[in-house]
Design a protein. Structure first.
Length: 247
Protein backbone atom coordinates (compact mmCIF):
# COMPACT_ATOMS: atom_id res chain seq x y z
CA UNK A 1 0.00 0.00 0.00
CA UNK A 2 1.39 3.38 -0.95
CA UNK A 3 1.84 6.15 1.57
CA UNK A 4 -1.17 8.48 1.52
CA UNK A 5 -1.16 12.29 1.97
CA UNK A 6 -0.81 13.42 5.60
CA UNK A 7 -4.32 14.89 5.64
CA UNK A 8 -5.80 11.49 4.76
CA UNK A 9 -3.57 9.68 7.27
CA UNK A 10 -4.65 12.05 10.06
CA UNK A 11 -8.30 11.30 9.36
CA UNK A 12 -7.69 7.53 9.20
CA UNK A 13 -5.63 7.57 12.42
CA UNK A 14 -8.37 9.45 14.27
CA UNK A 15 -10.98 6.97 13.04
CA UNK A 16 -8.75 4.04 14.01
CA UNK A 17 -8.33 5.35 17.57
CA UNK A 18 -12.10 5.75 17.90
CA UNK A 19 -12.73 2.21 16.59
CA UNK A 20 -10.22 0.78 19.07
CA UNK A 21 -11.93 2.63 21.92
CA UNK A 22 -15.41 1.58 20.76
CA UNK A 23 -14.35 -2.08 20.75
CA UNK A 24 -13.28 -1.83 24.40
CA UNK A 25 -9.65 -2.55 23.61
CA UNK A 26 -8.41 0.43 25.67
CA UNK A 27 -9.36 2.30 28.84
CA UNK A 28 -8.21 5.56 30.36
CA UNK A 29 -5.32 6.82 28.16
CA UNK A 30 -4.27 3.35 27.00
CA UNK A 31 -3.15 2.54 23.51
CA UNK A 32 -1.40 4.40 20.73
CA UNK A 33 -0.89 4.48 16.99
CA UNK A 34 1.89 5.74 14.76
CA UNK A 35 2.16 6.09 11.01
CA UNK A 36 5.13 6.36 8.66
CA UNK A 37 5.18 9.54 6.59
CA UNK A 38 6.65 9.98 3.14
CA UNK A 39 9.04 12.57 4.62
CA UNK A 40 10.69 9.84 6.70
CA UNK A 41 9.09 11.11 9.90
CA UNK A 42 5.97 9.87 11.63
CA UNK A 43 2.49 10.81 12.78
CA UNK A 44 1.64 9.66 16.31
CA UNK A 45 -1.31 9.82 18.67
CA UNK A 46 -0.75 12.25 21.58
CA UNK A 47 -0.12 10.93 25.08
CA UNK A 48 -2.63 11.35 27.94
CA UNK A 49 -5.70 11.49 25.69
CA UNK A 50 -8.53 8.97 25.53
CA UNK A 51 -8.52 7.21 22.18
CA UNK A 52 -12.15 8.31 21.88
CA UNK A 53 -10.95 11.92 21.72
CA UNK A 54 -8.08 11.69 19.23
CA UNK A 55 -8.94 14.13 16.44
CA UNK A 56 -7.08 14.55 13.12
CA UNK A 57 -5.73 17.88 14.41
CA UNK A 58 -4.43 16.43 17.70
CA UNK A 59 -1.93 14.06 16.06
CA UNK A 60 1.77 14.85 16.49
CA UNK A 61 4.36 15.03 13.73
CA UNK A 62 7.66 13.42 14.75
CA UNK A 63 11.07 13.39 13.09
CA UNK A 64 12.97 10.20 12.23
CA UNK A 65 14.17 9.86 15.85
CA UNK A 66 10.81 10.51 17.46
CA UNK A 67 11.32 14.17 18.40
CA UNK A 68 8.07 16.18 18.29
CA UNK A 69 8.08 18.67 15.40
CA UNK A 70 4.48 19.82 15.74
CA UNK A 71 1.46 19.18 17.96
CA UNK A 72 0.38 20.41 21.32
CA UNK A 73 1.27 17.41 23.47
CA UNK A 74 4.10 14.98 24.24
CA UNK A 75 4.63 11.71 22.42
CA UNK A 76 3.73 8.50 24.27
CA UNK A 77 6.49 6.74 26.21
CA UNK A 78 6.26 3.57 24.12
CA UNK A 79 7.23 5.27 20.86
CA UNK A 80 10.66 3.59 21.02
CA UNK A 81 8.85 0.28 20.44
CA UNK A 82 7.12 1.70 17.37
CA UNK A 83 10.41 3.12 16.07
CA UNK A 84 12.06 -0.30 16.47
CA UNK A 85 9.28 -1.84 14.36
CA UNK A 86 9.58 0.80 11.62
CA UNK A 87 13.33 0.19 11.47
CA UNK A 88 12.96 -3.59 11.31
CA UNK A 89 10.02 -3.65 8.90
CA UNK A 90 10.28 -1.38 5.83
CA UNK A 91 6.98 -2.87 4.59
CA UNK A 92 5.10 -1.52 7.64
CA UNK A 93 3.59 1.96 7.77
CA UNK A 94 1.12 1.56 10.68
CA UNK A 95 1.87 0.37 14.22
CA UNK A 96 -1.06 -0.08 16.60
CA UNK A 97 -0.90 -0.82 20.32
CA UNK A 98 -3.87 -1.59 22.58
CA UNK A 99 -4.93 -3.64 25.61
CA UNK A 100 -7.75 -5.90 24.31
CA UNK A 101 -8.82 -7.72 27.49
CA UNK A 102 -8.62 -11.38 26.51
CA UNK A 103 -5.36 -11.23 24.58
CA UNK A 104 -3.89 -9.00 27.29
CA UNK A 105 -4.96 -11.71 29.77
CA UNK A 106 -2.57 -14.04 27.97
CA UNK A 107 0.13 -11.35 27.98
CA UNK A 108 -0.11 -10.85 31.75
CA UNK A 109 -0.46 -14.54 32.63
CA UNK A 110 2.46 -15.68 30.50
CA UNK A 111 0.32 -18.29 28.70
CA UNK A 112 1.40 -18.69 25.06
CA UNK A 113 -1.17 -17.58 22.45
CA UNK A 114 -1.70 -19.47 19.17
CA UNK A 115 1.54 -21.36 19.85
CA UNK A 116 1.38 -23.98 18.45
CA UNK A 117 -1.15 -22.72 15.86
CA UNK A 118 -4.57 -24.39 15.86
CA UNK A 119 -6.21 -22.76 12.79
CA UNK A 120 -4.91 -22.25 9.24
CA UNK A 121 -5.89 -18.72 8.15
CA UNK A 122 -4.26 -16.83 11.05
CA UNK A 123 -0.89 -18.38 10.13
CA UNK A 124 -1.08 -16.57 6.78
CA UNK A 125 -2.43 -13.36 8.33
CA UNK A 126 -0.16 -13.13 11.39
CA UNK A 127 2.67 -15.67 11.18
CA UNK A 128 3.51 -19.01 12.82
CA UNK A 129 2.40 -17.83 16.27
CA UNK A 130 1.69 -14.71 18.33
CA UNK A 131 4.94 -14.55 20.32
CA UNK A 132 5.19 -12.94 23.73
CA UNK A 133 7.95 -10.40 24.24
CA UNK A 134 9.20 -10.35 27.84
CA UNK A 135 8.05 -7.47 30.02
CA UNK A 136 10.06 -4.28 29.63
CA UNK A 137 9.40 -0.97 31.37
CA UNK A 138 8.41 1.93 29.06
CA UNK A 139 11.51 3.47 27.55
CA UNK A 140 13.72 0.43 28.23
CA UNK A 141 15.26 -2.00 25.72
CA UNK A 142 13.40 -2.83 22.51
CA UNK A 143 15.66 -5.83 21.78
CA UNK A 144 12.96 -8.40 22.60
CA UNK A 145 10.53 -6.92 20.09
CA UNK A 146 13.20 -6.47 17.44
CA UNK A 147 14.13 -10.15 17.67
CA UNK A 148 10.63 -11.35 16.67
CA UNK A 149 8.92 -8.65 14.63
CA UNK A 150 10.70 -9.60 11.39
CA UNK A 151 8.64 -12.80 11.15
CA UNK A 152 5.23 -11.93 12.60
CA UNK A 153 2.62 -9.17 12.34
CA UNK A 154 1.34 -9.29 15.93
CA UNK A 155 3.03 -9.73 19.31
CA UNK A 156 1.97 -9.87 22.93
CA UNK A 157 3.93 -7.48 25.12
CA UNK A 158 4.49 -9.30 28.40
CA UNK A 159 2.55 -7.86 31.39
CA UNK A 160 1.25 -5.17 29.07
CA UNK A 161 -0.84 -5.66 25.89
CA UNK A 162 -0.77 -6.27 22.15
CA UNK A 163 1.05 -4.66 19.24
CA UNK A 164 0.08 -5.16 15.58
CA UNK A 165 1.51 -3.81 12.36
CA UNK A 166 0.20 -3.22 8.85
CA UNK A 167 0.73 -1.50 5.56
CA UNK A 168 -2.49 0.45 6.20
CA UNK A 169 -4.88 1.33 9.03
CA UNK A 170 -7.39 -1.38 8.23
CA UNK A 171 -4.79 -4.15 8.23
CA UNK A 172 -3.37 -3.12 11.61
CA UNK A 173 -6.93 -2.92 13.01
CA UNK A 174 -8.01 -6.31 11.62
CA UNK A 175 -4.89 -7.96 13.00
CA UNK A 176 -5.67 -6.57 16.46
CA UNK A 177 -9.22 -7.90 16.09
CA UNK A 178 -7.89 -11.31 15.02
CA UNK A 179 -5.47 -11.56 17.96
CA UNK A 180 -8.29 -10.83 20.41
CA UNK A 181 -10.56 -13.33 18.61
CA UNK A 182 -7.89 -16.05 18.75
CA UNK A 183 -7.42 -15.41 22.46
CA UNK A 184 -11.14 -15.89 23.06
CA UNK A 185 -11.17 -19.09 20.96
CA UNK A 186 -8.15 -20.47 22.82
CA UNK A 187 -9.74 -19.68 26.17
CA UNK A 188 -12.91 -21.58 25.23
CA UNK A 189 -10.94 -24.46 23.68
CA UNK A 190 -9.00 -24.85 26.89
CA UNK A 191 -12.25 -25.39 28.81
CA UNK A 192 -13.11 -28.12 26.27
CA UNK A 193 -9.84 -30.02 26.62
CA UNK A 194 -7.43 -27.66 24.89
CA UNK A 195 -6.91 -26.62 21.24
CA UNK A 196 -5.57 -29.31 18.92
CA UNK A 197 -2.63 -28.00 16.84
CA UNK A 198 -2.73 -28.22 13.04
CA UNK A 199 0.01 -30.41 11.48
CA UNK A 200 3.48 -28.91 11.40
CA UNK A 201 3.83 -29.64 7.68
CA UNK A 202 0.68 -27.61 7.02
CA UNK A 203 2.07 -24.70 9.01
CA UNK A 204 5.14 -24.73 6.80
CA UNK A 205 2.99 -24.68 3.66
CA UNK A 206 0.90 -21.83 5.03
CA UNK A 207 4.05 -19.87 5.83
CA UNK A 208 5.16 -20.39 2.23
CA UNK A 209 1.80 -19.00 1.07
CA UNK A 210 2.28 -16.04 3.41
CA UNK A 211 5.70 -15.33 1.97
CA UNK A 212 4.43 -15.71 -1.60
CA UNK A 213 1.71 -13.14 -0.87
CA UNK A 214 4.33 -10.64 0.24
CA UNK A 215 3.09 -10.72 3.84
CA UNK A 216 5.41 -10.47 6.84
CA UNK A 217 8.99 -9.30 7.17
CA UNK A 218 9.98 -10.52 3.72
CA UNK A 219 7.48 -8.18 2.13
CA UNK A 220 8.58 -5.44 -0.21
CA UNK A 221 9.23 -1.95 1.23
CA UNK A 222 6.35 0.47 0.78
CA UNK A 223 6.66 2.16 -2.62
CA UNK A 224 6.38 5.90 -3.07
CA UNK A 225 3.03 7.57 -3.70
CA UNK A 226 3.80 7.60 -7.43
CA UNK A 227 3.81 3.79 -7.64
CA UNK A 228 0.61 1.74 -7.89
CA UNK A 229 -0.69 0.19 -4.66
CA UNK A 230 0.17 -3.48 -4.01
CA UNK A 231 -2.74 -5.93 -4.37
CA UNK A 232 -4.44 -6.92 -1.13
CA UNK A 233 -3.86 -10.59 -0.33
CA UNK A 234 -6.90 -12.87 -0.30
CA UNK A 235 -5.94 -14.90 2.76
CA UNK A 236 -8.72 -17.49 2.39
CA UNK A 237 -7.72 -18.22 -1.22
CA UNK A 238 -4.06 -18.52 -0.24
CA UNK A 239 -4.89 -21.03 2.48
CA UNK A 240 -6.98 -23.13 0.12
CA UNK A 241 -4.28 -23.06 -2.53
CA UNK A 242 -1.49 -23.94 -0.11
CA UNK A 243 -3.30 -26.89 1.43
CA UNK A 244 -4.70 -28.22 -1.87
CA UNK A 245 -1.34 -28.08 -3.59
CA UNK A 246 0.46 -30.16 -0.99
CA UNK A 247 -2.17 -32.71 -0.07
ZN1 LIG B 1 0.10 0.01 26.63
Amino acid sequence: MRLLPEEVLRREASQLCQRVHARGWVANHDGNVSIRLESGGFLASPTAVSKADVSPESLLVLDTEGKVLSGGRKVFSEFALHLAVFRARPDVSWVLHAHPPTATGFAVSGEALFDPPFMAEPVVSLGACVPTVAYAAPGSSTAGLESVIADVDAVLLGNHGVLTVGSDAETAYLRMELVEHLARIQLVARQLGGPRPIPTEDVEKLLEARKKAGLGGGARPIPSAAAPPAPVADVAALVQEALRRYR
